[in-house]
Each structure stands twice: as C-alpha cells, then as structure tokens.
Write a protein that binds this ligand. Structure first.
Ligand code: AMP
Length: 593
C-alpha cells in the first residue's frame, strides 16, 4: 500500500465523529493492508513507532521539523514559522507549503507505508554526533517526495501529533470485523492483546493465522502482560461477602509495580504502564537471576525501599528516589529495594494465567531461593471480618497503604479491574501538619548488613498528664543519619532498664527498655488507630481496645535528641487524640487517595 492511500484514510478519519463510522473506515483500512504491512499501519495509526515497552522515540524537536520543511520546500525557516503560527498546526503548514512550493520533485517515486515506517525508525535510531542534521535530512527527503496531504502526516508523526483518536477497544473491534465480518472475535483479540500489550503483533497474528492464529496466541517472554487491577470495597464484611466467605489477604505495598520476565540470565522489568524499566533496577535484575528458582518465569509484584537494619518499609517519597536515569547504582546501594511477589503468570514454559490463584500462590511460595531481595508478599487466609480488619490495622501500623484481598479461585485477570482483587485503603489526605515530640522508652537492635550500628530504631511514647504515664505511639525505624544512630546508641545504652520502667505503659516490647529521659521530634504522614499502642487506648463498641499510632514516622532535623525538652514536656496523649480528630475531618472531606 502506498503511503498516500494511508493519508487518504486518515483524512476520512479526521472528519468522523461517530465511533461506528470510525470502525467502518478502520475496517476498510485494515482490509487493504497486507500481512506485511498491518503491524506498521497499526503503529502509525496509534501515533507510535512501537509498543511502549520498546521505548523507541523519534527524538525530533519542533525546530528540527521546521528545518526539514524549509529544506524540502525551498523556504526560509521564517516562512515556515509564519505558516505554522497562522495555522497552529505543523502538519497543515507543511501541507500548505508543499502545495505552493516552486521546487520541482526530485523524483516521481512514491513511498510505500513500509518504506515510510522504516525511514521513521531510522530517524529514531540515529543518535550521537551529527545526528541532528541526519535526522533533518531524512525527514526532508520524505517530505520532498510527498504529495501535500502526505506531507501533513509525515510531519505529524515524529511530532507525536498523529493520534487518530482510535482507542484500543475500537481498534480491536475493527480488526474483528475485518477478519470475521462481525464483532464476535473481539473477546479472543482482547485476550491476545492482554497477553502481549502489542496491537501490531495481534493484528499480524490475525492476518497471517486467521481466527485460529488469535485463539492459539500464547504468552511471549519479554512482551509484558497487561496488569491485573484491583476493585475497591470499604469494609471487611463487604469484601468477604464478595469473595464467597474466604479469601487471601495481602499487605498493600506502596512502591513500583514490577512485572519481571526472566529467561536464563536475561531479565527485564516492566512498569504498570508497560514501560520497560529494567535500567532502574540493577539490584532486582541481579536478584531475579540469582533468586528465582526457574529457567523462565514471569512474576508480578511491587518493589519498595526498606530499611535493612530495622526491617521497616520506607514511605513512597523515599522509594520514588529510585526513579532516575543517572547515579542508578549508587542510589541502589543507598536505598535497596525489596520486591514483594504477589502473582505468577508463567513458569518454565507453561502459562499459569488460568490456574486458580491458590495454586499460583503456592508456586510463588517455593519459587525463591533466598529471602534477600525477592520475597512472596505477606498474606493471611481470612474467613472472618475480624481477621481481615486486624490484618488491615497491622499493615497500616507497618507504614503500608492497606490490604488487597484475593479470590483464591480466580485466574489472573490481565488488563482488567475485576473483583478477583479487592483493595481496602486508609484515606490519608489529612496529612499531619505538625511534628510531635516523643519520649524514647526503648530501642531496637540493628539487623541485616548494617549491624555495625547496633541500632535499629526507637520505641516512642506520648506523655499522659492524667495518669502521669508514658504511652507508646510509634516505632521509628527510618530517617536516621549515621551520626544520629551512633549518638542515640551511645546515649541509650547508658540508660537501659532491665524491665519495662514503672511509668511506661506498653503492649509491644522493644529489644531494650530505657528510662524515659530523652525527647525526639518526629514527623509522620498521619495519625491512625492501632490495636498495638497504648496512647489513647479505649474500649470500642465491640469490646476491643484501640489506641493511636503514626503512619510513616521519621526523625525530624539534624539533632536527634532535643536538648530543650524533658520527658514531661513531650506531646501529650490528649493532644494526639485532638490531632487525630482534626485530621479525620479533613480526610473525610478529601476522600480516598
Ligand atoms: P491502586 O493503584 O490503588 O489501584 O492499587 C492497586 C495497586 O496496588 C497495584 O497496581 C499494585 O501496584 C499495588 N499492590 C501493592 N501490593 C499489592 C498486592 N499485594 N497485590 C496486588 N497489588 C498490590
């Protein structure tokens, strides 16, 4: 097919406002394309060179395109700019300038769709010194040989303005009509698309293999599967009812979604948006090679930063620092990630997508050789709302976002938000604005590789004026500098108590108790209710007792210990209760985050 013919289809598509009419034009276009062209037609229509996980970009700025138009139409750059300003559209400017150019065509040669596509790929892959000029020349050559209307689309494509407004669903429907004359193939096409996230590949399989080609479509390693998504329900009762009385309940980690593909020593990582993010994670790549006990596998999980020495999770604001192009290795050492694997789609040549979740999960539990970097997500089996709620509270206490409940009998539902996964989150728009001053009443030993500091965090309390007691509010495991860890350890060692000091009221037990003496300033995201702490602890209507806790607590400031405050001057329990209620108000207005 000539590129001019494609431009003709695009002219028609531009004038269309109904979806059905759009499907008709697309069907006609897809019929006209050969098996060798269909994938390219799809990509061009989507306005891309390849699916997102291939990460191919044109690398052409507006100014470069202007220069190519000037070169190919014999105009000054200023004339191109004027036309662009007048029309507000570079494609139309190119079309107009081509229509009025006095330059003769160098040849009468017409470009085919595949030739244009290949040249566009060449433009994208040209890099390094002198590449700017080469790119401009390549584009100018194409414009020079083009009819005015072709020039319009040749210019729009590298500028990322060639989006014909055709969504995935419309594309799949048109492919179905093309092949079968009706829409009934759409389900099978959708399934194939969910398995590879590559519409070009699906169209290719359909053109070459017909219906059977699509039905036999299989997972391809290094083509990401469209990720499963979670529905939302507000209560434990509603979740259990929907799940038929039993489900798996997992911690909900707030980090980066990672779909890891492994074959031998090759590993690639894909994001939730299906971009290839492998370079961001040298630590995960290494771990996938060493720790996944299989020759080939695809696993789904969430990666987040954690503090090795305290074993606590870090807030998303910290994890996000791993999103970078430079200094990746150094940051990986500073902020190691842990990957919590929560699903398995493929293992040693076999698809696991259609097996029930219970079975996939059992495989995950035996899949990793160590518990260093890749570990199964934490989970429980729940049959009662109380179990689910308790687990939810402890997830929040650990600084996590909430829970995700999973239907034990469900397949992996690629590319869809279905009730096989249901999330329950704490709304936390009501961010805590003030810091609080807390009394240190215990501390923890360092764990893992950072034991040289012998320090793994603090147990902190508020002061209750009424009872003259110190009530625990939070364990703090992050935000310490090395100097602070040394200072704290030095000082706390000297005030260790053999047992829980008399004025301390606590349910949790630190590695070492200390006498209430030192005060630290702490910042957190939110005050939450918690069954683990004694601060503000009160009986609830259902007979259980609940206190308060901090979500994502971290030390504030350079100086660890406040020199100006004694333990009785710390934030009081009453103040925490008040802060909680104020925050609750904002949070309810704000809704779920
Ligand atoms: P949301 O982004 O709020 O719709 O929640 C769904 C997201 O939670 C998924 O895309 C994952 O990135 C993330 N997530 C964290 N932990 C889990 C888990 N255990 N199971 C499933 N998804 C999880």
């Amino acid at each position: 097919m000539q590129f001019g013919e494609l431009a003709g289809f695009y002219e028609r598509l531009e004038g269309i406002s109904s979806r059905l009419a759009m499907i008709d034009v697309l069907t006609e276009l897809f019929k006209a394309a050969s098996a060798d062209e269909i994938a390219h037609v799809i990509y061009i229509t989507q306005g891309v060179l390849a699916p997102p996980f291939e990460g191919i970009e044109f690398g052409m700025a507006e100014k470069m395109v202007e220069e190519a138009i000037a070169l190919s139409t014999g105009r000054e750059k200023e004339a191109v700019e004027r036309e662009y300003r007048k029309t507000g559209d570079m494609g139309i400017a190119a079309c107009n300038l081509k229509a009025t150019t006095k330059l003769k065509r160098i040849s009468e040669r017409k470009y085919s769709i595949n030739e244009v596509y290949e040249m566009m790929r060449k433009i994208a892959s040209t890099s390094g010194e002198g590449s700017k000029e080469t790119k401009i020349k390549l584009l100018a050559n194409m414009i020079a040989a083009a009819e005015p209307v072709e020039a319009k689309y040749i210019v729009k494509y590298p500028l990322d303005e060639l989006r014909m407004g055709v969504g995935d669903a419309t594309m799949l429907e048109a492919l179905s009509v093309m092949a079968a004359g009706h829409r009934k193939l759409k389900g099978a096409l959708e399934r194939a698309y969910n398995l590879c996230s590559d519409m070009g590949m699906v169209a290719d399989a359909l053109k070459r293999g017909g219906e059977a080609g699509v039905e036999n479509f299989r997972i391809t390693l290094f083509k990401p599967i469209r990720p499963a998504l979670a529905e939302r329900l507000p209560t434990a009762e509603a979740i259990l009812e929907k799940m038929g009385g039993e489900c798996s309940v997992e911690q909900k980690y707030d980090g980066f979604r990672c779909q890891v593909h492994k074959k031998g020593r090759r590993v690639e990582v894909y994001s939730r948006r299906l971009e290839r993010t492998t370079e961001m994670y040298p630590d995960l790549v290494k771990a996938a090679v060493e720790e996944i006990d299989a020759d080939s596998a695809i696993i789904d999980g969430e990666a987040l930063a954690y503090n090795e020495s305290t074993g606590q999770f870090l807030p998303f604001q910290e994890t996000i620092q791993r999103k970078r192009k430079h200094g990746v290795e150094a940051k990986a050492l500073e902020l190691p990630l842990r990957l919590f694997a929560f699903d398995l789609m493929y293992l040693d040549g076999k698809s696991y997508m259609d097996r029930p979740y219970g079975e996939r999960r059992s495989e995950i539990e035996r899949l990793f050789r160590s518990t260093a970097t890749i570990v199964p997500s934490n989970r429980i089996l729940a049959t009662k709302p109380k179990q689910l709620e308790g687990y939810f509270e402890s997830a929040i206490e650990n600084g996590l976002e909430g829970i995700v409940a999973k239907d034990l009998n469900a397949p992996y539902v690629a590319g869809a938000r279905k009730f096989s996964w249901i999330k329950m989150k704490r709304s936390y728009k009501g961010e805590m604005e003030d810091t609080v001053d807390l009394v240190i009443i215990g501390y923890y030993r360092g764990r893992g590789q950072r034991t040289e500091f012998k320090f793994g965090g603090l147990l902190c309390a508020t002061y209750n004026e009424k009872t003259d007691k110190f009530e625990t509010l939070s364990r703090i495991g992050t935000g310490f500098s090395e100097a602070q860890m040394m200072e704290l350890h030095e000082k706390l060692k000297k005030i260790e108590a053999p047992n829980r000091p008399a004025r301390v009221d606590a349910l949790v037990e630190p590695d070492f108790w200390v006498y209430p003496k030192y005060v630290v300033t702490v910042r957190a995201d939110e005050i939450t209710k918690s069954p683990m702490h004694t601060c503000g602890r009160e009986a609830q209507a259902d007979g259980t007792e609940v206190g308060y806790a901090l979500r994502f607590p971290r030390l504030e400031g350079e100086e660890a210990i406040r020199k100006d405050k004694g333990p009785e001057e710390a934030t009081t329990t009453k103040e925490i209760v008040e802060m909680f209620h104020q925050q609750k108000h904002v949070s309810m207005l704000g809704g779920d985050a």
